[in-house]
Unconditional design. Structure first.
Length: 77
């Protein structure tokens, strides 16, 4: 899991050569927002534009640290 700190105007979920993009629209709850299903069909196009956006945001992210105490796996007597 990674954390980002840039303004986001889309939710982007990338799966190899397919992508789901949900634009964040004013006064529209997430469950009512439009969703774009994009497929890579060539070296140019919407998929490549959103992939470039995704990669740019990813480059600014940092890993999320889990600072919770670790649970012991030893049996207690």
């Amino acid at each position: 899991m990674r954390q980002q700190d840039v303004p986001l105007y889309n939710s982007v979920f990338r799966f190899d050569d397919e992508m789901l993009v949900t634009p964040h629209l004013y006064a529209t709850p997430g469950e009512s927002a439009a969703m774009l299903h994009l497929r890579r069909l060539g070296p140019n196009g919407m998929f490549v534009r959103f992939a470039t956006h995704f990669d740019g945001v990813w480059a600014t992210t940092t890993p999320v640290r889990d600072d919770r105490p670790k649970k012991s796996t030893r049996a207690r007597s």
